[in-house]
Write a protein of this length. Structure first.
Ligand code: G3P
Ligand code: CA
Length: 333
């Protein structure tokens, strides 16, 4: 089970507190998104624009860095990681992305800084024990776009994984990206005995080709798994009604791929209609029900904002599957 941006339902995403809590709750992996700084450092931020998850907009010394830029297909205005050195970014403080949805998390605003990939790897290693390996699922954000702007993210990540001794398939780091070309380049660079990789798949039409049988076979030549949007597994209509279950799991397994869907979150906003508790998007619905359903279908993992929910669902399943213990006392002797 993967703690998405840590345990971001309970702490501001990508902070040390969020990752620590995910591990405390039982996450097997913690998930930093990775973007590149001006000086080529790899940092844990969901997107290169920083104003939704840091206090950069309140800092007069950086006011002149505000700009408008096309990032991928979208035009964004704000402050961008690639315009800051790592030393400058270290002066920023993290804030909650969704105060409307997760107001309790704002209590932690300003308490934590921005982490590097290296620091997240160090945390995972520090929290691993002989009985429990904690791993890092590092998502490369827009690596091809980054490369076009002169920041070769794939090469930087390959070099960093080598430096951190994290290039083996069972090593600390698993890599994922929506960018298939970047994953192929990373595989070519680090080799077939390089790190485990997941191909992320969105629900947009341009990703559909990845999920045909031929597409899945192609993915299996460079990645060990797919991480599809959960809506590819639990199908919904435009009214958010669940309409059924797709055949993606058996087809991906037949292609030799593990399946780790994203993102299970407990608020009504994210759940199918029948699992919502009310019309309040911020109220918690039946996320445990959604986790039970995914596990019963045979997913190999779940990427979640609420690691505690998936741990509970997994424990239930293990209990059901455990062989019955004969507690009868033989009194015949
Ligand atoms: O890890 C899967 C998921 O994180 C991909 O989407 O936007 O949350 O990074 P996003
Ligand atoms: Ca992510």
């Amino acid at each position: 089970m993967v703690g998405h941006r840590g345990a971001c339902a309970y702490r501001p995403e990508h902070t040390i507190a969020s990752y620590e809590l995910a591990i405390d709750m039982g996450a097997d992996l913690i998930e930093p998104d990775i973007v590149v700084t001006k000086d080529g450092a790899l940092i844990a931020r969901h997107e290169n624009e920083l104003s939704r998850t840091t206090d950069v907009a309140t800092r007069p010394e950086f006011a002149d860095r505000r700009t408008t830029r096309r990032v991928g297909r979208k035009r964004r205005t704000g402050w961008f990681a690639e315009d800051f050195t790592l030393a400058e970014l270290r002066t920023l403080r993290a804030v909650e992305r969704r105060p409307d949805l997760r107001p309790l998390n704002t209590a932690y605003d300003g308490q934590f800084g921005v982490l590097t990939l290296e620091e997240v790897v160090e945390l995972a290693r520090r929290r691993s024990t002989p009985l429990r390996q904690v791993r890092v699922l590092a998502e490369l954000k827009k690596p091809s776009w980054s490369a076009e702007r002169g920041q070769p993210m794939v090469e930087l990540v390959a070099a960093e994984l080598r430096r951190l001794d994290a290039t083996s398939p069972d090593g600390t780091v698993v890599v994922q990206s929506f960018d298939a070309a970047a994953l192929r380049r990373l595989r070519a660079d680090l080799g077939d005995d390089g790190p485990t990789m997941f191909q992320l798949v969105d629900v947009t039409a341009c990703d559909d080709h990845l999920l045909t049988n031929a597409g899945l076979r192609a993915v299996s030549t460079y990645a060990q798994g797919i991480a599809p949007c959960v809506d590819h597994v639990l199908l919904r209509d435009a009214d958010q009604r669940m309409t059924g279950v797709s055949d993606l799991l058996p087809r991906a397994h037949a292609a030799g791929l593990t399946v780790v869907p994203w993102t299970l979150a407990a608020e009504n906003e994210f759940l199918p209609l029948h699992l919502r508790s009310s019309e309040d998007p911020a109220a918690r619905g039946d996320a445990l029900g959604a986790a039970r359903l995914l596990l019963a279908l045979g997913v190999d993992g779940i990427i979640t904002d609420n690691p505690d929910v998936v741990v509970a669902a997994r424990a239930e399943l293990e209990q059901t599957a455990a062989p019955a213990i004969d507690t009868a006392v033989d009194t015949a002797a």
